[in-house]
Design a protein around this ligand. Structure first.
Ligand code: ATP
Length: 197
């Protein structure tokens, strides 16, 4: 099976932006956070049933876990957030593993904000490291309805920057332009291709 490059970083750091740059170079990319959403939007999935028992206030009438509700119930409650991740993690990992085994490529990218606090079968961890200032500005652009306070508390809820860096095999900075992102992704891609082909 392909090697797994875990691409991680806090919210708004630029994971998706780097993932798209790798994708443009032909590397299969998986959005693990989107995969988690497919699990909790499926009322029949055992993990969704379990979350619904633990947090009935987060359930939609159809038995799925609505995204907006998830944000209001979990985003600002670290303990509930931990419990949610503990339940979702094995389900998401199993799906990600299935997907990886189907790819024909020396390596694949798993993009996830949650990557750092789980025991992932990562071959290498690439952390996107971005100043809080750039992140806050980009998050605010993307979510015009969020207040400055909401943006700040979402950033504060992320794992500390040092935790990401401690687990990183490679670190890439994202305080520059999109052209710089493409150039950095190409450099990294050459390195990973040398390592894993
Ligand atoms: P999330 O965890 O919230 O999904 P993310 O880490 O995947 O965030 P992105 O979605 O890639 O981050 O980036 C956040 C926002 O910042 C996006 O709107 C993106 O277009 C923008 N952005 C990211 N990197 C750059 C850059 N180098 N220059 C300009 N805009 C950028």
């Amino acid at each position: 099976p392909p090697k797994v490059l875990v691409l991680t970083g806090g919210i708004g750091s630029g994971k998706s932006t780097f993932a798209r740059a790798f994708e443009a170079l032909g590397v299969p990319c998986l959005d693990a956070d989107a995969l988690a959403r497919t699990v909790h939007q499926d009322p029949a999935h055992p993990a969704t049933v379990q979350i619904g028992r633990a947090f009935p206030q987060a359930m939609a009438p159809d038995g799925s876990l609505a995204r907006g509700t998830l944000r209001s119930v979990f985003a600002l409650d670290p303990a509930a957030n931990e419990e949610l991740k503990r339940i979702l993690r094995p389900a998401v990992l199993a799906l990600a593993d299935d997907w990886t085994r189907r790819q024909q490529s020396p390596y694949v990218v798993w993009e996830s904000a949650l990557a750092m606090d789980q025991a992932l079968p990562a071959t290498r961890v690439l952390v996107v490291d971005t100043s809080d200032r750039s992140r806050a500005a980009r998050i605010a652009l993307r979510n015009p309805d969020w207040t400055r306070g909401q943006v700040a508390s979402i950033i504060a809820l992320q794992l500390p920057r040092a935790d990401y860096l401690a687990r990183a095999d490679d670190v890439v900075q994202n305080d520059g332009t999109l052209d710089e992102v493409r150039a950095l992704a190409l450099q990294l891609h050459h390195r990973y291709t040398d390592l894993w082909s």
